[in-house]
Design a protein around this ligand. Structure first.
Ligand SMILES: Cc1cc2nc3c(=O)[nH]c(=O)nc-3n(C[C@H](O)[C@H](O)[C@H](O)COP(=O)(O)O)c2cc1C
Length: 258
């Protein structure tokens, strides 16, 4: 059973490709995370958990969910992290989490996918770079699927002590000071469809008079911005300058290269 959370489609792509190759079931955790639904998930096959990287870890709301959800059946768990270039201590933390749940950790594979965090200071990738990353991910997904099929451990990257020492205190400080919501707003293009409310993993968006309003508990996942069907959601001026990302906009490219 493949479990994933994805804000802007990269992780969903990886999870669904693995599901196809392994002929396994794929479960989007978003609805369960939103409802705090920790009810049993049973799998006779190994669990495969796919996650994006947020500030060198898997999203905290996802790790909190995985700590509490009841996973029964097969005790083996594979972990697949995808980032825009640096996954930090994500694999190491996942190993600790699943070991604590009494599961056998079968390793962590890291993929580099297009960056979705457009409101950060990082420069935007060109269209060519985005396509190149998606293209390269095919081989990596194949390798991962083959290893899982052969019941092999995935080769995890070694996480150095200095990475742990820097990231462990950095993540909470960054989250406290940087995850602001005041700059989110919807333009006149907003049609009041409520998609942003539906995709927000922290239930932080509420429609008031058919327009989204943001509370204070935000992970900056980019789900609201990246999934708005009319591109109506902005974050200050930065999204106007840099644009928005959603994997689905590259679906036609996938069809071309297949
Ligand atoms: C809040 C936030 C923090 C992120 N932090 C990192 C990071 O520390 N390192 C990195 O390489 N990419 C980082 N990224 C980029 C995402 O991990 C990457 O684009 C991922 O593929 C997005 O997956 P999704 O489309 O399934 O949501 C971050 C993205 C967000 C939204």
């Amino acid at each position: 059973m493949i479990l994933y959370y994805s804000a802007t489609g990269n992780t969903k792509f990886i999870a669904t490709e693995l599901a196809k190759k392994l002929d396994d079931q794929c479960i989007d955790l978003l609805g369960r995370i939103k409802k705090n639904d920790y009810s049993e998930l049973h799998s006779d096959n190994p669990f495969i958990v796919c996650a994006p990287v947020y500030i060198c870890e898997m999203p905290r709301f996802m790790s909190d969910y995985l700590k509490n959800v009841e996973l029964t059946g097969n005790k083996a768990v594979y972990f697949i992290a995808n980032s825009a270039g640096y996954a930090g201590i994500t694999g190491w933390l996942a190993k600790k989490l699943f070991k604590k749940k009494g599961m056998e950790f079968m390793g962590c594979s890291e993929l580099i996918m297009p960056r979705n965090y457009y409101i950060s200071h990082y420069p935007q990738l060109t269209e060519e770079e985005i396509k190149n990353r998606i293209f390269k991910s095919f081989d990596k997904i194949d390798d991962i699927a083959n290893s899982i099929q052969n019941c092999e451990h995935l080769k995890s990257r070694h996480v150095f002590l200095f990475e742990k020492l820097i990231t462990l205190p950095f993540n909470p400080i960054w989250s406290k000071h940087k995850l602001k919501t005041e700059d989110f707003f919807a333009t006149d293009k907003c049609i009041g469809c409520g998609k942003c409310e539906t995709v927000c993993p922290l239930n932080n968006i509420t429609l008031k008079e058919d327009k989204p309003t943001w509370g204070t508990t935000c992970a900056h996942c980019m789900g609201c911005i990246g999934n708005c069907p009319t591109s109506a959601i902005e974050y200050g001026e930065i999204t106007r300058e840099k644009g928005k990302y959603n994997f689905e906009e590259y679906r036609h490219f996938l069809n071309e290269i297949r």
